[in-house]
Ligand binder design. Structure first.
Ligand SMILES: [Zn+2]
Length: 346
């Protein structure tokens, strides 16, 4: 096997979008970058300084009206786009550099210059729809990456797996009618933002290329691994994407105050390594992770560290948190898998 080349997108501008006291604050990403430096992981990646995405690139997923609203908001200092979502004078630049970095990384991975990669940016993206910034998100970074690959004919089919604990309503809606991007989401349900029911499966030409896996609270590591094995991996093999994108949020961790799904870092590691293995089998190892949520900095550091280790081919992982009790209701997960298999003919 040839040496892995892992791209890492990061810029200090991502720390300047900040509101102390808000769950989505700059300390999250600071903790990630300190962890990667302390464990000599950042140095093993190809660091890419992101450029600003052009407005024309943003229009591939977002309405012109939204782009001009976000571009002009925040100039005067702190503003709220909605009760959850803030902007300051640095937020637009941060969001468009996240997008530009994602697009350039996707391009380098499709051309084979890099094996795989990770975007470590803020604000997150998966709640942003074509016409609305919401849920701490301004522009939909991962959707812009996937759509770039399709529109520039780098590939015919891409898949996005979203393992943030919230449903990626923005990503889903952007590709709801589009058969060229398979969207698979696991999320706690019912929970913010309220979408992601099992029967939301795509529309028109995109019918069947949206797969929602709504988990009850307490699903935990064992419930997730069963669904991974029985639904997610078979759905990816059936679809045969040419590149795999992963929206990863560590807000499903047991310590995270924003959910009660009770994943451990070892559980996340299992999920992420299985997705990397699927990319090896299906699409020449092409996989790109994008940081979405996760609100405990001490969890985000080793969580992202484990993904970087997996991307560079290091078999070790860190899970310094004590083992958590597995409270999965096996009956509930088995019933969910049975219904999902019927619904999606898996
Ligand atoms: Zn989330």
């Amino acid at each position: 096997m040839t040496a892995m080349k892992t791209g890492l997108i990061y810029d200090d501008i991502f720390l300047k979008h900040d509101l102390p006291g808000h769950p989505e604050h700059a300390g999250r990403l600071k903790a990630v970058m300190s962890y990667l430096d302390e464990h000599s992981l950042a140095g093993k990646c190809e660091r890419i300084i992101p450029r600003q995405a052009a407005e024309e690139e943003l229009y591939t997923c977002h309405d012109r009206a939204l782009v001009s609203l976000i571009k002009s908001s925040g100039d005067e200092g702190l503003v709220r786009i909605d009760p959850d979502t803030y902007m300051n004078e640095f937020s637009y630049e941060a969001a468009v550099k996240a997008a530009g970095g994602m697009i350039d990384l996707a391009d380098a991975v499709m051309r084979g210059e890099l094996t795989n990669g990770i975007v470590l940016s803020r604000p997150p993206g998966h709640h942003a729809t074509a016409s609305r910034s919401m849920g701490f998100c301004l522009f939909n970074t991962i959707a812009l990456g996937a759509r770039y690959c399709i529109l520039t004919k780098k590939c015919k089919k891409a898949a996005i797996v979203d393992i943030d604990v919230h449903h990626g309503n923005g990503t889903q809606s952007i590709f709801y009618n589009d058969p060229s991007v398979l969207y698979i989401s696991t999320h706690q349900y019912p929970h913010y933002p309220g979408t992601g029911r099992m029967n939301e499966t795509g529309e028109g030409e995109g019918a069947g290329t949206t797969i929602n896996i709504p988990f009850p609270a307490m699903t935990g590591d064992s419930g997730y691994s069963k669904v991974l094995e029985k639904i997610i991996i078979p759905a990816l093999h059936r679809y045969q994407p040419e590149i795999l994108f992963v929206s990863v949020g560590f807000d499903g961790h047991e310590k995270d105050p924003l959910s009660s799904i009770h994943l451990s870092l070892s559980g996340y590691n299992t999920l992420c390594r299985a997705l990397i293995k699927a990319a090896e089998e299906l699409c020449h190892q092409r996989i790109i992770f994008n940081l979405e949520g996760g609100y405990v900095p001490d969890v985000l550091g080793p969580g992202i560290g484990n993904i970087v280790r997996a991307l560079i081919g290091d078999p070790t992982r860190e899970d310094s948190f004590p083992a958590i009790m597995d409270r999965e209701s096996h009956h509930t997960t088995d019933e969910l898998i049975k219904r999902m298999k019927e619904m999606h003919n898996l």
